[in-house]
Design a protein. Structure first.
Length: 255
């Protein structure tokens, strides 16, 4: 409505000033009135744009359960961020329980505040607060109708509430971690290759002492089962040792 009032008052100002009203005693007061009305409309539009005249702030809150960015099967529980510019601004990449295989990002096209809170909690969560402007009442809604300002989003707040053992790493730290994992897994493979034959041999001897009458086929089948079992246990043990060395270092680097 304010745009229509501005347009009509400018037209009426021009019309009265150039002679629509013949008597000078009426022309000047009326033209000044329409000029002031147009000025008031212009000021109200500027104040609405700069100071949100006639608007109030509302905040909508949504809480989601986090899952690790590395997947549910990973021993590491973490969320990743990418530093922008001078490093103060960060874009977080996270996954939620309702979409565990989809990476989601914190907004970058709005004013954004991001916090990480390590707490004594079992379930990691992200609290998303969306702040928007809406009209204070029907009067202001009618005045600024058509400007597309109602429910305009102006700020997001992301609060990551995670357990003490949850890691928050930068993309460069994650890349370095993956490189270390690749090297460590190659070492694990070599260790398994070196240690597995002795473990299988020792268990085979124990089993043969219990059942010395097994034929060749039974021995071959037993050896195959023992090899698979021992390999699985050995890999799990070595990976646990690897993580025991890796995690303390990552915790020092985590947010």
């Amino acid at each position: 409505m304010v745009l229509w009032i501005l347009l009509i008052s400018m037209v009426l100002f021009a019309a009265t000033f150039i002679g629509l009203v013949k008597k000078p005693k009426l022309r000047y007061p009326i033209s000044i009135f329409f000029l002031l009305l147009a000025g008031a409309c212009s000021v109200s539009l500027m104040l609405n744009d700069s100071h949100h005249l006639g608007m109030k702030n509302i905040t909508e809150t949504q809480t989601k359960t986090l899952v690790s960015t590395t997947g549910n099967n990973s021993p590491l529980k973490l969320t990743v961020y990418k530093a922008l510019g001078n490093g103060k601004e960060k874009v977080f990449v996270y996954r939620t329980a309702d979409q565990p295989n989809k990476n989601q990002k914190t907004k970058i096209d709005y004013d954004v505040t991001t916090k990480v809170e390590h707490r004594n909690v079992q379930t990691p969560q992200v609290v998303i607060q969306r702040s928007r402007y809406t009209y204070q009442n029907d009067f202001w809604k009618a005045m600024f109708a058509g400007l597309g300002l109602n429910k305009e989003t102006h700020h997001y707040t992301y609060i990551f509430k995670v357990p003490q053992n949850w890691l928050v790493l930068s993309t460069s730290q994650l890349q370095a971690m993956k490189s270390q994992e690749t090297t460590a897994k190659a070492q694990i493979k070599d260790q398994v290759k070196a240690q597995l034959p002795n473990l299988v041999k020792a268990q085979m001897m124990q089993e043969l002492q219990k059942n010395p009458t097994m034929n060749a086929q039974q021995k071959a089948q037993l050896e195959k089962q023992i090899t698979a079992q021992q390999e699985k246990q050995l890999v799990a043990k070595l990976e646990q040792q690897m993580m025991g060395k890796l995690i303390p270092q990552l915790k020092k680097e985590s947010l």
